[in-house]
Design a protein around this ligand. Structure first.
Ligand code: A2P
Ligand code: MG
Ligand code: MG
Ligand code: MG
Length: 341
């Protein structure tokens, strides 16, 4: 029998909802000097730091013993920014904590001061929370897709996953229609999509493989996922539709609700290791909607290795009925690439 994780799920939804509010506020007011470049050359904004501070303080208040694996490192902030930015981050987090976003939401959780650390090393044993406060920071800065991502991992297995996508259309074919989606899953209990407010919760179930509508979801950034390899795979599968490009784990949410057909993320070179916070909630949401998420060789992702997923063979996610075909096409594309090299 699966465990309900009712409290953890409600807390995760509440924290992600507040962080969505915060990041939307930051985008509307973002000023140029609030974007920094981290040691690994990727961008980070006050929104990333403030959203992580907000989520981790809510988690720490409810579960003071639970370790937190967060993408952002406050030490980096101390080095690279001044007091003005630190004050601004605290102010943003505090403001989002007390917003009355939904009846009962704040009162239920209450917030106290606490020293929440997000630098846990991950691993195989025990409970841990995993936060990507803004996944797809480049999409966020372009005013396009990004996602607030939170997962509870226990003994290396994702148990609860919540993704908030403030800019995601409810229906991709109506880009000017309603926007803002939350995707929620608990292992063994299915996945749901709802509005960021929690309105209109709808169970998610991926449609079976249909070659007539099948297409790939992939990164906007060619540096994050090889567009040329996915194009080869797409040709081998005789896919006629162009890929749907969007930033962040919004791709997993879209896949789970039936957009596209597969999420394909192929390495662009040697060296980059995928991070657990970039896949933990998304992979559970897809699995609970009837999909399967593996590396490009068909091996399940291992969330118990630490902060990364280990050696990077790329990631594929699709409905079960398309998985073998997709892996086959990946293998053929790789053979072709090797033969050319
Ligand atoms: N070379 C890389 N290969 C794969 N993913 C990367 C690479 N560099 C950064 N990323 C990460 O990809 C994620 C965004 O994915 P997508 O392109 O699908 O939106 C971000 O978490 C980003 O990290 P970061 O958060 O440090 O920018
Ligand atoms: Mg990320
Ligand atoms: Mg991020
Ligand atoms: Mg980042």
């Amino acid at each position: 029998m699966s465990i309900a994780y009712t409290t953890e799920k409600q807390l995760a939804i509440s924290a992600v909802r507040r962080a969505c509010y915060l990041t939307s506020q930051v985008f509307n007011k973002l000023v140029k000097n609030e974007t920094l470049t981290k040691g690994d050359k990727t961008p980070v904004t006050v929104g990333d730091y403030a959203a992580q501070a907000l989520i981790s303080s809510m988690l720490h208040h409810a579960y003071p013993e639970d370790p937190i694996v967060g993408e952002e490192d406050a030490a980096e902030l101390r080095v690279e920014s001044g007091k003005v930015q630190r004050d601004r981050i605290v102010e943003l987090a505090n403001e989002a904590l007390v917003q009355d976003l939904q009846e009962g939401d704040y009162a239920e959780w209450g917030i106290g001061p606490g020293k929440a650390q997000g630098n846990h090393e991950g691993g195989r044993n025990g409970r841990m929370w995993c936060i990507d406060p803004i996944d797809g920071t480049k999409g966020f800065l372009r005013g396009e897709q990004y996602a607030v991502c939170l997962a509870l991992i226990i003994d290396g297995e994702v148990k609860v996953g919540v993704i908030g996508c403030p800019n995601l259309p409810h229906d991709l074919s109506k880009p000017d229609g309603g926007k803002g989606c939350l995707f929620v899953a608990v292992r063994g209990q299915g996945a749901q999509q709802m509005a960021v407010s929690g309105a209109n919760p709808t169970p998610l179930s991926m449609p079976p493989y249909d070659p007539a509508t099948f297409s790939f979801l992939e990164s906007v950034e060619a540096a994050h996922s090889s567009h040329s390899t996915s194009e080869k795979i797409s040709k081998l599968m005789q896919i006629t539709h162009s890929p749907i490009r969007m930033d962040s784990q919004a791709k997993y949410g879209c896949l789970a609700r039936g957009d596209g057909g597969a999420y394909v993320r192929m390495p662009t070179g040697v060296g980059y290791k995928e991070k657990i916070w970039d896949h933990a909630p998304g992979s559970l949401i897809v699995e609970e909607a009837g999909g399967i998420v593996t590396n490009s060789q068909g091996v399940p992702l291992d969330f118990g290795l630490g902060r990364t997923l280990g050696e990077n063979f790329g990631i594929v996610a699709t409905v079960k009925s398309a998985h073998a075909k997709l892996l086959d096409a990946v293998a053929k594309a790789h053979e072709g690439e090797k033969a050319k090299a």
